[in-house]
Design a protein around this ligand. Structure first.
Ligand code: UDX
Ligand code: UDX
Length: 458
């Protein structure tokens, strides 16, 4: 049986893998191939143990794989044989040269564009899935057409808004699909082709179109706005701790204003993940590039508050535990940057673990999905760090528990038993406000929530 369309995804990471799998799952009439330079990753996409943990992903991949979903390392063949190419290669923050620590590192992008240009013998639609600086499509078009062998490329911007941990639900029922194109006849026709793929499962009113630059910028701005809300509430959490206001109550009252809304107002140890910080720094860099210093300073404040919140958490631990952590055993409940993922990229837990290590504490880390990544993140630290699967066992003998990730399983552990197994006085620092603070206090713990008064026995 022939397929209607042949769709290629380049980059089989957290974005490219689930996104392409969902397209294949929903569109059995189209062939979807995902390629990646990383052989090990592709081997895992072809195995029973997928390279990323995401609730519901196994079922989606199992249904489509071998039917119309294929994973391969043959990028050249992939480019030659497919007509629509989604590019989801990574665009990390640059670590060298001009713009180091701020700008997006576009070297993988450019390399991929050159590969597409080199191996294409027929016209292609190129879809930008990765988050990119505004006006990247212009550079992409130039690279693609530089060798002009009569092949036509139409570039579209189609940013991915899914969040990790809820990727499958977000892909299946997106708030919106945004497609940016050139306002030419060819641009509109390519855009309509992409709209046609999404209408297999997304209703038309949720599919919005725009010019290509608005689409590129909207992705950066969406992430910046989401992160800004977290920094806003986290900044207020510091004030709550000084004034006996309760940040959960404040967030609830504020969020009930329909103009503000309740989402993304959970105070925390700070946001993590591969996107927020990278995208804001990228936005800041772009603003400075265009001479918009005040705008850049405004957005940079979102990252500064996030750094402040992480350090504040460690500082609160220090001052609560009599200004020294040296030799104390501290158990981190969770290491992933959020619940329901094994991803630890930019996780605030990395910062906290490193700072506790500097303070000469012994750090025990537990997490249901992220211990492998935690070991890699902290591989340069010595035997002062240990990794324990079971949270009860991890807490045993410790002076303090610090909640880093809001895993449901931490909510209803037998804390009476855990308390008995710990050194005294026993402390809980709840960086996610998920535990029953009053209940823990009554068991004997000294409890330090985020953005509300501490409950202590002294
Ligand atoms: C990343 C960024 O975090 C996100 O902002 C961007 O929008 C898309 O890329 P993610 O999927 O989480 O998202 O990154 P990652 O898991 O690192 O996946 C990228 C994949 O691209 C990797 O598997 C890598 O091997 C692959 N890749 C990279 C290529 O196939 N070719 C390259 O030249 C470079
Ligand atoms: C984010 C965006 O939500 C998504 O649209 C985009 O495509 C990629 O970046 P992700 O990073 O996967 O997704 O997760 P998200 O749920 O946004 O959480 C990011 C961080 O913010 C996590 O560390 C999370 O714990 C934290 N967070 C979130 C808070 O601290 N408080 C909140 O109220 C919400």
């Amino acid at each position: 049986m022939g397929f209607d369309k042949k769709i290629l995804g380049i980059g089989a990471g957290y974005v490219g893998g689930p996104t392409m799998a969902m397209i294949a799952f929903k569109c059995p009439q189209h062939k979807v191939t995902v390629v990646d330079v990383n052989h090990d990753r592709i081997a895992r996409w072809n195995s029973d143990k997928l390279p990323i943990y995401e609730p519901g992903l196994d079922e989606v991949v199992q249904t489509a794989r071998g039917r119309n979903l294929f994973f391969s390392t043959d990028i050249e063949k992939g480019i030659k044989e497919h007509d629509i190419i989604f590019v989801s290669v990574n665009t990390p923050t640059k670590t060298f040269g001009d713009g180091a620590g701020m700008a997006a590192d576009l070297q993988y992008w450019e390399k991929t564009a050159r590969q597409i240009s080199k191996y294409s013998d027929t016209d292609k639609i190129i879809v930008e899935k990765s988050t990119l600086p505004v006006r990247t499509a212009e550079a992409l078009e130039r690279i693609l057409t530089a060798s002009n062998r009569g092949v036509r490329f139409e570039v579209l911007s189609n940013p991915e808004f899914m969040a990790e941990g809820t990727a499958i639900r977000d892909l299946e029922e997106p708030d919106r699909i945004l497609i940016g194109s050139r306002e030419t006849e060819e641009g509109r026709s390519a855009r309509d082709e992409l709209v046609g793929i999404y209408t297999n499962w997304v209703s038309e009113e949720r599919i919005i179109t725009s010019n290509i630059w608005s689409s590129e910028l909207s992705k950066l701005v969406s992430n910046a706005f989401l992160a800004q809300r977290i920094s806003s509430i986290n900044s207020i959490s510091a004030l709550c701790e000084k004034t006996e206001a309760d940040v959960t109550e404040v967030a609830r009252a504020v969020g009930m204003d329909s103009r503000i809304g309740p989402g993304f107002l959970n105070a925390s140890i700070g946001f993590g993940g591969s996107c927020f910080q990278k995208d804001i720094l990228n936005l800041v860099y772009l603003c400075r590039h265009y001479g918009l210093e005040d705008v850049a300073d405004y957005w940079e404040g979102v990252v500064s508050i996030n750094d402040y919140q992480k350090e504040r958490f460690v500082h609160n631990m220090l001052s609560a535990m009599f200004n020294t952590l040296a030799g104390k055993k501290i158990c981190l409940f969770g290491f992933a940057f959020k619940a329901n993922t094994g991803d630890t990229r930019e996780s605030p837990a990395i910062y906290v673990a490193r700072r506790l290590f500097e303070e000469k504490a012994h750090v025990r880390i537990t997490d249901p999905k992220a211990l492998d990544n935690a070991r890699i993140d902290l591989q340069d630290l010595s035997d002062q760090i240990s990794y324990v699967e079971d949270p009860r066992e991890a807490a045993s003998g410790c002076d303090a528990i610090a909640v880093m990730t809001e895993w449901d399983m931490y909510r209803d552990l037998d804390y009476a038993r855990i308390y008995r197994s710990m050194a005294k006085p026993a402390f809980v620092f709840d960086g996610r406000n998920i535990l029953d603070h009053k209940g823990l206090f009554e068991l004997g713990f000294n409890v330090y929530p985020t953005g509300k008064g501490a409950l202590t026995h002294f």
